[in-house]
Design a protein. Sequence first.
Length: 182
Amino acid sequence: MTKLRHYDHLGTARFVTFSCYHRYPLLREEATIRILLEDVRRIREEYQIKIYGYVVMPEHVHLVLHPADGIRLGAVIGRLKGLSSLQIQSSCAKSRPVLSTGTSLSAAFPVVRDGRVKNVFWQRRCYDHNCRTPESVIEKIEYCHNNPVKRGLVSDPAQWPWSSFNWYQGMNSVPPEMDVVE
């Protein structure tokens, strides 16, 4: 397995993508997405990162964020994925949603990692891009907002409730709160 390099400590914003296990569309339920967004808010506070934009798609997530000095991106995303995975699986164990295969989501993806069987929700890796200019940050935020339109899920970014688009339109009650691009 090739190790992906993250170029930390450059003082730049990052455009990050991470996916559900095998890119299954596991992010379709409002309750699941709300858990994820609450955990984004939580890591924002915990790691003192700035969140500039996001979109939650059915099988992946894009974030535009700026880690605080000295914070490794891998640690931030690892914490986010760990928190959300545990909480989503706990929620699913209570409600028992079923996939089209007839398998319960809480036990759908057992894999062996580090010699132990674990139920996973996310793929192991994340992909990131350093945004070296404010224009690049804006471009990535706009990419997030237009992703559901490009995929044909909605005809206008305002129709997709799971992105930062509406926050930028003045609806500050849309979680999580965004930071101002510097």
